[in-house]
Design a protein around this ligand. Structure first.
Ligand SMILES: [Fe+2]
Ligand SMILES: [Fe+2]
Length: 217
C-alpha cells in the first residue's frame, strides 16, 4: 500500500475529513496520512483508541514516535496524557492500551537505529523558549542528525521570515490556524513540504504546531 509515499510531493490533508479505518485490533482505528507498506509499514497516522481498548504486544522494528492529541494513552511504562511526546527507539517493545480513550499522532519505521534515546516529554509541564521572531515560542522535542522535532507556538498576528526547507518539513496543526502564501491550515491539518521548498508562514489567529524538519531527503 502506498499513500502519499513520495517525499518529493507536497501534501496537505484536512485530517478530520479522512475516514477512520479499523486496525487489526478491536476498538483501535486509524487515519492514514502517509504509508509505504501494509501492516508493517513506514507510516504516519492518527490512531484512535476507544475507552478500554488495547493493542497486542509488539516490537518497534523501525522505531516509534508519537504525540498524544487527546485523552490518555498508556503502556506498561506509564500513562501519557494529552501533550505528551514519546520516542521508542528501534528494538523497543510494549503493549499499549487506553482506559479512557485517546487519539495519538504516530510515526513508525522512520527512526535511525543509531537514534537510540528513549524520550518521554510532557509538553504541558516544560519550558518554552523564545523563537526567531516576536510572537513565536519553541519547545524543542528532539534532534538527531539532520532531523529536528519541536512544538512551535504562534501568537495571533505572528509572521515568520521566508525560508527554505533543507530536508523538508512536516507539520501537524495541534491548535488554532497556521497559514502561508499557499493556504490556510486549521487545527487537524497535516502538511508536508518537500526538501528545497520555500514559504513565508504566518498565523492570524495564533496556533500551536508540531514541526519536524530535515527528515525528507
Ligand atoms: Fe508501539
Ligand atoms: Fe517552514
Amino acid at each position: 500500500m502506498k499513500i502519499n509515499a513520495d517525499f518529493n510531493e507536497r501534501v496537505v490533508l484536512s485530517t478530520q475529513e479522512l475516514p477512520w479505518q479499523d486496525s487489526p485490533m478491536p476498538g483501535v482505528q486509524r487515519r492514514m496520512l502517509d504509508r509505504d507498506g501494509d501492516e508493517v509499514a513506514r507510516a504516519t497516522s492518527l490512531v484512535k483508541y476507544a475507552p478500554g481498548s488495547s493493542f497486542s504486544a509488539h516490537t518497534h522494528g523501525g522505531g516509534e514516535e508519537f504525540f498524544v492529541l487527546e485523552g490518555t494513552f498508556s503502556d506498561e511504562q506509564g500513562d501519557y496524557g494529552a501533550g505528551t511526546y514519546v520516542r521508542n527507539p528501534v528494538g523497543s517493545s510494549h503493549t499499549p492500551f487506553s482506559k479512557t480513550g485517546a487519539t495519538i499522532f504516530v510515526k513508525l519505521w522512520q527512526m535511525d537505529p543509531e537514534d537510540d534515546k528513549q524520550v518521554t516529554h510532557d509538553t504541558s509541564k516544560t519550558h518554552w523558549f523564545p523563537g526567531l521572531v516576536k510572537g513565536l515560542s519553541v519547545l524543542p522535542l528532539h534532534n538527531h542528525g539532520t532531523e529536528n522535532v519541536a512544538l512551535v507556538k504562534w501568537e495571533p498576528g505572528t509572521k515568520f521570515q521566508t525560508h527554505k526547507h533543507w530536508g523538508g518539513e512536516e507539520i501537524f496543526v495541534i491548535e488554532g490556524t497556521f497559514a502561508d502564501e499557499q493556504g490556510v491550515y486549521p487545527q487537524g491539518t497535516w502538511l508536508r513540504n518537500p526538501s528545497g521548498s520555500i514559504h513565508t508562514p504566518f498565523s492570524e489567529e495564533g496556533c500551536t504546531i508540531y514541526v519536524k524538519t530535515g527528515h525528507l531527503s
